[in-house]
Write a protein that binds this ligand. Structure first.
Ligand code: ADP
Ligand code: MG
Length: 597
């Protein structure tokens, strides 16, 4: 199935949203008067952590709330689900197994809801981005996740292409650009040509398992080792402590992008017979750089490969776009400067440009762009990142479509029988660059049956493989002798069946409404906790200058709120507790404002 622009126009369409469904963070944008605009989520942020959590009572938390409660609920919190897309990984919670598609759908549903709140309209159509390196199964899984979330996915586009699209809007003059995207879990590099109103991906390369998470891990490992030395305690078995460590490590890493020093301060990180242990470790930028230099070095070869595949030298590149939160690391920027020999662009927001480009493509597909606007003039052409092959004798992968071929594309091949009076043939389809099929990804196999009985080598069956604009593979077959045509679906064994998708979609709808209320309650609990902490801190800070009466009243209001919060946790919180918290929180806020604090 190929979506053409003209097919999806027709009828009145609601706004099409562009979604950057990231490993770590997701971002949504929509066109407003031909200009891509980032959607603020219900928590007031422009990006949403791609984190899902299951609370003990069975409800689901998504985004910031899920991330914040992770330390207290580590084994029921799911990070980086995108790394498992297209595989048969399943997360088991309370006896039910969730596929990566279903978990991703929970994230997408929140993004959809937030977009509806933001635009004030119902949202049904979306363009979703994926790393350029994603294979067929991963793309299909992403599309299915959209369906489960109740979204009509008009198109899957590559993240770097989307970034180039966002960049190309204001910089339409012909040029060759390199997109260097280092996110939380993946690294992608693409060489892109912005021609006269055409953006074409010339080549892509990358590393599906390299990103900011790895940088965090280096800091975590360092902290664990240090703590072992100073306190003689191994923290690695304590999941909650490790989660706190990871959070602090990420914070420190971000600080080190602007400061030369970061302090990691974790009181009560461990408890032994001798009492509580606290962590207080300082990390300098140069120490961080020495810990992570090899990670940054790993981006060099993919850059060289992409340039090589595009048939270009680095001096042919006019501009480098930095995408992904991890490109804020100074050493990464320095490395890019060194590899490419030019100063990277500073005009794009590395966290938002992918979603913005997706929104532009969405607007195009939805027919929402004003004729003559800059965005309406640009045509997007993408390439397939991986070669498509079929298995021939000896387990050899025989290429049908080479990687970096512009999509949509199709290729036909004639098959015949090997034995006399054979009525069927088996065909195995693979994706990947390796010589032997065993080293590539099996997309699926199918049996071509109903062949008219004949001597070996006589029947002529034309099999057509096409890769649609989403990068998804479709297959059809025709018996040239009879003219009989057969359409074949190759479904990767790791992906969900039609029936499973429908059931998941239904479940998601049922849970959808219930969870919104739950999120409000959990939010309230978190806010109340923060207010209490801040007030207690103020009490301590002003212990000398506040008069007795003020201190007494504030303390009293604090105690009231502390009691209301009690032993409630994000997983265990009911409506009665919530209303008590709400009341006590108001009381504390009123007390503070009465005191002029
Ligand atoms: P993804 O596309 O994989 O979802 P993002 O592009 O959102 O990821 O990047 C997320 C990563 O960027 C995280 O590892 C995060 O810690 C890192 N990051 C965000 N801001 C900074 C910063 N200022 N300095 C260093 N790393 C950062
Ligand atoms: Mg990203």
């Amino acid at each position: 199935m190929i979506y053409r622009q003209s097919e999806s126009v027709g009828g009145i369409m609601s706004k099409v949203i562009g979604i950057d469904l990231g490993t770590t963070n997701s971002c949504v944008a929509v066109l407003e008067a031909d200009v891509p605009t980032v959607i603020t989520n219900s928590e007031g942020y422009r990006t949403t952590p791609s984190v899902v959590a299951f609370s003990k009572d069975g409800s689901r938390l998504v985004g910031d709330i899920a991330k914040r409660q992770a330390a207290a609920n580590a084994d029921r919190t799911i990070f980086s689900i995108k790394r498992h897309m297209g595989t048969d990984y399943r997360k088991k919670i309370d006896g039910k197994k969730y596929s990566p598609q279903e978990i991703s759908a929970m994230i997408l549903r929140k993004l959809k809801n937030d977009a509806e709140q933001f635009t004030g309209e119902q949202v049904t159509d979306a363009v979703i981005t994926v790393p350029a390196y994603f294979n067929d199964a991963e793309r299909q899984a992403t599309k299915d996740a959209g369906r489960i979330a109740g979204l009509n996915v008009l198109r899957i586009i590559n993240e770097p292409t989307a970034a180039a699209l966002a960049y190309g809007l204001d910089n339409g003059q012909p040029q060759k650009i390199l997109v260097y995207d280092l996110g939380g879990g993946t690294f992608d590099v693409s060489v892109i040509e912005i021609g006269d109103q055409v953006i074409e991906v010339l080549a892509t390369s990358g590393d599906n398992h390299l990103g900011g998470d790895d940088f965090d891990e280096r800091i975590v490992n360092f902290l664990v080792e240090q703590f072992k030395e100073t306190d003689g305690i191994n923290l690695t078995k304590d999941t909650a402590a490790m989660q706190r460590l990871r959070e602090e490590a990420e914070k420190a890493k971000k600080e080190l992008s602007s400061a030369m020093n970061a302090n990691i301060n974790l009181p009560f990180i461990a408890m032994t017979k001798s009492g509580p242990h606290h962590m207080d470790i300082n990390i300098t930028r140069s120490l961080f750089e020495s810990m992570t230099a090899d990670l940054i070095d790993r981006t060099v070869t993919p850059v060289e490969n992409a340039l090589h595949d595009a048939g270009l030298k680095k001096t042919d590149i006019n501009m480098v776009l930095l995408v992904g939160g991890s490109t804020r690391i100074p050493a990464v920027q320095e490395k890019v400067r060194r590899i490419c020999g030019i100063e990277p662009s500073r005009n794009l927001n590395p966290d938002e440009c992918v979603a913005m480009g997706a929104a532009v493509q969405g607007g195009k597909l939805g027919g929402q762009l004003t004729a003559g606007s800059a965005a309406s003039e640009i045509i997007l052409m993408d390439v397939t990142p991986l070669s498509l092959s079929i298995e021939t004798v000896g387990g050899i992968a025989s290429r049908l479509i080479e990687r970096n071929t512009t999509i949509p594309t199709r290729h036909s091949q004639i098959f015949t029988t090997a034995g006399n009076f054979q009525t069927s043939v088996d065909i195995k389809v693979f994706q990947g660059e390796r010589k032997f099929t065993r080293d590539n990804k099996l997309l699926g196999n199918f049996r071509l049956s109903g062949i008219k009985k004949a001597l070996a080598g006589t029947p002529q069956i034309e099999v057509t493989f096409d890769i649609d604009a989403n990068g998804i593979v479709n297959v059809s077959a025709k018996d040239l002798g009879t003219g009989h045509e057969q359409s074949i679906t190759i479904t990767s064994s790791s992906n969900m069946s039609e029936e499973e998708i429908e059931r998941a979609k239904w479940e998601a709808e049922v849970y959808g409404s219930k969870d919104a209320e739950k999120q409000d309650i959990v939010n309230l609990r978190i806010e109340a906790g923060q207010l209490l902490q801040n007030t207690e801190y103020m009490l301590h800070e002003h212990r000398k200058d506040w008069d007795k009466q003020t201190k007494k009243q504030v303390k009293e209001a604090c105690q009231r709120l502390s009691k209301a919060i009690g032993r409630s946790t994000p997983e265990k919180i009911d409506e009665v507790t919530a209303s008590n918290i709400c009341e006590a929180k108001d009381y504390l806020e009123n007390t503070l404002s009465r005191m002029g604090i």
